[in-house]
Design a protein around this ligand. Structure first.
Ligand code: NAP
Length: 512
């Protein structure tokens, strides 16, 4: 964090008044069809976002170049944003469901219209290949569409009363102001997945996006303003470190709920901070997903599924396969085919043609993957491919496969969150289910098998919120996404996602 800039635009109010439409960064504009979106982000302070004199840099992980400097907001700005949301929320909730739905629809359409530019911003700040970034933007738009539709289906219920002179019913009402905190790995879809059900329900929100990837959130907010959300309903707080803003969101009584996606460690902290006010929480946290290949599986399909589940988004995915278990009788065949495909994955700048894997988000991510490899090798693991950095610029790492992995290694116990696939050999179904469940996490699991009896038994025995059967990818706006155990509380997506932003009120009418 710095308090001056080096000729790049900042958002402090004086600079903003001097030049209200300073584009954020030239390197990114190279990839944009039109710089209008940047100008819109630049105008965000005038549209109601609080301003700060402090700035922090956003960098491109492929090149290290500074993309933008943003205002580094703190408690004061967070409090101002909460006040705005608190004032605006009752008016937003008082609109008809159809009116709220219409604004969400318009936002969805604007995001579809600007998908290329949003994807370019996403690739520039996060590094993922442009095609993946576009797919993420479509996924984000799909959540807006889904909840624009769900806004019209917030039904209550009537209850047959136990006495003749009473009528009993349940109505659903918005929780109020929601504080939302999102991570850097899916900076567009996480914003949409949290905000759209909250807005559909009639809540107002304050969002703090991750320090590394705030620009696409800014762009989405600029489009939201164009879509016509009333002043104060959505509020953006940029911060280089989440703790001060997080504490304010958790301790301010005007905020009635916290919705967080990120690490289990920070999730625990936020839950503790919310406990004084018994504030509601939705937590989408870390995982340690097992990916199991049984001997009756279609091995080629399992190899393709493992590539998807492991290397999508450079392994920076909460539902990423963290441990691959392969039954002994098909182990060697799987390893040979898998390693062959992994060797052909191309690593590079997300804007280059044909790139499968972009850079890791930062040097901490590089250090973590290297420490997991070193630990595994020291305990008998074998490197089958990869395990090295690429080039001196950026944070590129060759996708890696390790075999002869055992449960005592860090790679089997902790979330690596990078392009590293450790393979563990197993003998029987009971053993592998026991080992797969032996973790504090319970977000996602995958397995490949064809025997129906086995498919049902294993699916039911895995202690996870989501299980992919003969597929390496399962996220959808139509499905409830979320974990059990220390992977979280609540669900996002589907009709269930809306319930997390609604309170149930029981009405009892007597004397009838
Ligand atoms: P993180 O360090 O927990 O950060 C997530 C967000 O929390 C960021 O916006 C961060 O802000 C903020 N934050 C950090 N410390 C905070 C504090 N003390 N109080 C309030 N906010 C704070 O996680 P990450 O490294 O960005 O994301 C990776 C993790 O997220 C992985 O564990 C992954 O599995 C998990 N994840 C889970 C899901 C899911 O749906 N279950 C989805 C995606 C990711 P700053 O960036 O400003 O520090």
């Amino acid at each position: 964090m710095r308090s001056t800039n080096r000729g790049l635009p900042t958002y402090n109010s004086a600079a903003f008044e001097r030049n209200p439409v300073l584009p954020l960064c030239l390197p990114m504009i190279r990839h944009l069809k039109s710089p209008d979106l940047f100008e819109a982000i630049d105008r965000l302070p005038a549209l109601g976002t609080p301003v700060s004199d402090q700035v922090f840099e956003v960098r491109n992980p492929s090149s290290g170049e500074v993309l933008a400097e943003l205002p580094n907001m703190g408690v004061e700005e967070a409090r101002a944003a909460i006040d705005k949301a608190y004032t605006a929320q009752p008016r937003w909730a008082a609109l008809t469901a159809r009116e709220r739905s219409d604004v969400l629809w318009r936002w969805h359409e604007l995001i579809i219209d600007q998908a290329d530019d949003l994807a370019a911003i996403l690739t520039a700040e996060m590094g993922k290949p442009f095609a993946e970034a576009k797919s993420e933007v479509s996924h984000a738009a799909a959540y807006l569409q889904w909840y624009a539709e769900e806004a019209n289906r917030i039904y209550g219920e009537t209850i047959p009363a136990p006495s003749i002179d009473r009528r009993m019913m349940v109505i659903k009402q918005p929780i109020g102001v929601v504080g939302t905190i999102t991570p850097w790995n899916f900076p567009a879809s996480m914003v949409a997945r949290k905000i759209s059900p909250a807005l559909a329900a009639g809540c107002a929100i304050v969002l703090k996006p991750a320090e590394q990837t705030p620009l696409v959130a800014g762009a989405m907010f600029a489009l939201a303003h164009q879509a016509g959300f009333p002043e104060g309903v959505i509020n953006l707080v940029y911060a280089s470190e989440g703790d001060a803003v997080g504490r304010e969101l958790c301790s301010n009584p005007k905020v009635r709920k916290i919705s967080f996606t990120g690490s289990t460690e920070v999730g625990r902290l936020l839950m503790r901070q919310c406990s004084d006010q018994i504030k509601k929480v939705s937590l989408e946290l870390g995982g340690n997903a097992p990916f199991i290949v049984f001997d009756d599986a279609d091995i080629d399909a399992a190899v393709d599924g493992a590539i998807q589940a492991k290397f999508r988004n450079a392994g920076h995915t909460c539902v990423s396969a963290n441990r691959l278990y392969v039954q002994s009788t098909v182990h060697d065949e799987f390893v040979e085919k898998f390693v062959e495909k992994v060797r052909h994955l191309s690593v590079g700048d997300g804007f280059a043609a044909g790139v499968d894997i972009g850079p890791l988000i930062d040097r901490h991510a590089l250090a973590k993957i290297e420490s997991h490899i070193a630990d595994a090798v020291a305990k008998g693991g074998i490197i089958r491919c990869g395990a090295e950095r690429i080039g001196r610029v950026g944070t590129f790492f060759r996708p890696t496969v390790l075999t002869e992995i055992s449960s005592i290694m860090a790679v089997a116990q902790e979330e690596t969150f990078g392009p590293l696939a450790p393979i563990i050999r197993f003998e029987g179904a009971d053993q592998v289910v026991r080992e797969a469940n032996d973790t504090i996490y319970g977000l996602a699991a995958y397995f490949y098998a064809s025997n129906l009896k086995r498919v049902w038994r294993v699916a039911e025995a895995l202690e996870y919120g989501m299980v992919g059967i003969n597929t390496g990818r399962m996220s959808s706006e139509a499905a409830p996404f979320g974990g059990i155990k220390q992977s979280g509380i609540g669900r996002e997506g589907s009709r269930h996602g809306l319930e997390d932003y609604l309170e149930m009120k029981y009405l009892c009418m007597g004397g009838i």
